[in-house]
Write a protein that binds this ligand. Structure first.
Ligand code: SF4
Ligand code: FES
Length: 254
């Protein structure tokens, strides 16, 4: 598709800090190449604001290639906008000349706003720290991982769950601010493999407890998380997390 230049209006959430009252502000931006990414368009806006001696818009990003999960923007009411990938993979060819584009941060009490479009997603880090790892002491006698047979179907499902980049779009999409798709993926990637079974019980109990402590809501099976997830994480992982949690809770009661 040939590139062209478009003129757009941006309505962007501006908020000085986590305690300040925020509001939408309007900006006109001309000569935006349809070849540029959404983040490059925001760079162009910030150049314009700096030239006008105005405060640039704060937004998160790192890899800009769909890997790190930092670019958390709500665009025209959808986490990561109208395409299927992350915000950094969204291109301006998805918009038309004269469009008005609304850009907001993730909206969840568990992801407080730091500034403008930047939210604090450290709740996800604390959930991971509660059990999203394997800590078996191999004492120098590590056996070759390939000697443990793993059914192909389980290996594939574990790999699919491990594709979660922790972006938080599932939380932003959910009317309950549930983090169950994220936590389900992080529990599933180990639950499906023999290496993850040794600590499975404590992992499920601790990660679910931390998720609840962080203030995320419960899942009511609307499926919005699966639709908006840029990595195609299936809600089957939520069912697996619930099974793992139930098994761990029941064996804890004995
Ligand atoms: S499950 Fe999907 S939407 Fe949720 S954090 Fe992982 S990659 Fe992002
Ligand atoms: S900036 Fe890393 S996923 Fe978008």
């Amino acid at each position: 598709m040939a590139s062209k230049m478009i003129n757009i209006t941006l309505k962007i959430w501006r908020q000085k800090n986590k305690d300040a009252k925020g509001q939408m502000e309007s900006y006109s931006l001309n000569n935006v190449s349809t070849d540029s990414s959404f983040l490059e368009m925001l760079d162009q806006l910030n150049d314009q604001l700096i030239n006008e001696r105005k405060e640039p818009v704060a937004f998160d990003h790192d890899c800009r290639e769909g890997i790190c999960g930092m670019c958390s923007l709500h665009i025209n009411g959808r986490p990561h906008g109208p395409d299927t990938g992350t915000t950094c993979q969204l291109h301006m060819r998805m918009f038309k000349d004269g469009d008005t584009i609304y850009v907001e941060p993730w909206r969840s009490a568990a992801f407080p706003i730091v500034k403008d479009l930047v939210v604090d997603r450290s709740a996800f880090d604390r959930i991971q720290q509660a059990g999203g790892f394997i800590s078996i002491n191999t004492s120098g006698r590590t056996i070759d991982a390939n000697t443990i047979p793993v059914p192909k179907a389980n290996a594939d499902k574990a790999f699919e769950a491990a594709a979660c980049i922790g972006c938080g779009a599932c939380v932003a999409a959910c009317k309950n601010s549930s983090a169950m798709l994220f936590v389900g993926a992080k529990i599933s990637q180990y639950a499906l493999l023999p290496q993850g079974k040794v600590e499975a019980k404590q992992r499920a109990l601790n990660m679910v407890r931390q998720m609840d402590q962080e203030g995320f809501g419960n899942c009511t099976n609307t499926g919005a998380c699966e639709v908006e997830c840029p990595k195609g994480i299936s809600i089957d992982n939520i069912a697996r997390m619930n099974r793992e949690f139930m098994k761990a809770s029941l064996s804890n009661e004995k």
